[in-house]
Design a protein around this ligand. Structure first.
Ligand code: ADP
Ligand code: MG
Length: 335
């Protein structure tokens, strides 16, 4: 069988069972934003890793080396945020083409150093090897949390409300601009490119949600709203209904869409790389959650739908009709 037939998620599903030699202290292995190990005096360790490959995850001429370093760490921090954890330390491995300038790699490190300082994370080690052709960056991030505070993908229940902690679609619009699929004036476009190239992981937001104990399930949006909500639904054995008019789009995105003619909702639902949090909350706890975020600090909070028993994802249109929509997001190997 070819990878193009099985896809990223099919492959991960197929190796899942063989990956655990002993279940001792493994609270969560494959299948969430982080693996969870422990507990040690009431705390657990959180593990996440991501690999970025030139020309697949980034294009050297579309992102500055500084931004690339920042983003490589940011996407891992976002997975720790999604579990409600606090980041601790990093192992950082690079595959570097031999002809690459040392100064460029040092600029990547500047971006990494700044984001690590901002979130008080230490780089404790890694590996450096020669790569035949393309730059490869692999980050492993270890964090921790109180065992009881960790929020998994599997905790969503029918009737829970679904919330987002920010707008969706701006990052994906930035990618469209970088790929010159759309060409707005610089004054409009630069916002989207910055959102795409310099994501800010919502560690503080994740911590507030985790310590509140109000959320049932949580995930960060990396593959796209529908795809990532789909992960929560699959892990929780439920489905979801979204309200079309409630999907939060920035005013900038609406303006851009009206200028260059595309449907902003398509980017919001399937675009990806938003790196905000999606959480589900039992109805009885929604009031408390909304109180927590009433000042929109450190993030805004938007109610976008609810969890239902029936599998799949439905969309309630503005006229009240409901349609079933497929789960479409980024999946490596399947285009
Ligand atoms: P995210 O988008 O949150 O980074 P992924 O979709 O990349 O999550 O991964 C889903 C799950 O599969 C995670 O638990 C991850 O650790 C696991 N996983 C991905 N690739 C592999 C692999 N090659 N071997 C073992 N586990 C993997
Ligand atoms: Mg994630």
């Amino acid at each position: 069988m070819k990878f193009s037939e099985i896809g990223e998620f099919g492959f991960i599903e197929s190796i899942k069972k063989e990956c655990i030699a002993s279940l001792k202290d493994v609270i969560k292995g494959i299948g969430d934003d982080c693996a969870v190990f422990g507990p040690y005096s009431g705390r657990v360790l959180l593990f996440t890793t991501d690999m970025l490959i030139e020309d697949i995850h980034f294009l050297m001429d579309k992102i500055t080396p500084y931004q690339l370093g920042w983003k490589a760490i940011a996407v891992n921090l976002s997975d720790i945020a999604a579990m409600g954890g606090r980041p601790l330390f990093i192992l950082l491995s690079l595959g570097i083409p031999v002809e690459m300038n040392v100064e460029l790699i040092q600029d990547i490190y500047k971006g990494m150093k700044d984001i690590c300082e901002h979130y008080t994370v230490n780089v404790l080690g890694g590996d450096t090897v020669a790569s035949p052709d393309k730059l490869i960056i692999n980050i492993s991030l270890i964090g921790d949390a109180k065992e009881k505070e960790v929020i998994y993908r599997s905790g969503a229940r029918p009737g829970d409300k679904i919330y987002l902690t920010g707008n969706v679609g701006d990052s994906s619009a930035g990618l469209k601009i970088l790929k010159t699929e759309i060409s707005p004036p610089n004054s409009i476009g630069s916002h989207f490119i910055k959102v795409h190239n310099e994501p800010n992981p919502l560690i503080e937001t994740g911590r507030i949600i985790a310590t509140s104990g109000l959320a049932g399930a949580m995930i960060d949006l990396s593959d796209g709203l529908l795809s990532d909500l789909g992960h929560i639904c699959k892990q929780s054995g439920v489905g979801a209904t979204l309200f079309r008019s409630k999907i939060p789009l920035s005013s900038k995105l609406k303006l851009l869409a009206s200028r260059v003619k595309f449907n902003p909702l398509d980017l919001a639902l399937s675009g990806g790389e938003d790196y905000i949090l999606l959480l589900t909350v039992p109805e009885a706890k929604t009031h408390d959650l909304e109180l927590l975020f009433k000042d929109k600090r450190p993030s805004p909070l938007y109610l976008i739908g609810e969890i239902r028993e029936k599998e799949g994802i439905g969309m309630v249109n503005d006229d009240g009709s409901t349609e079933e929509i497929g789960v479409k997001g980024f999946n490596h190997f399947i285009s």
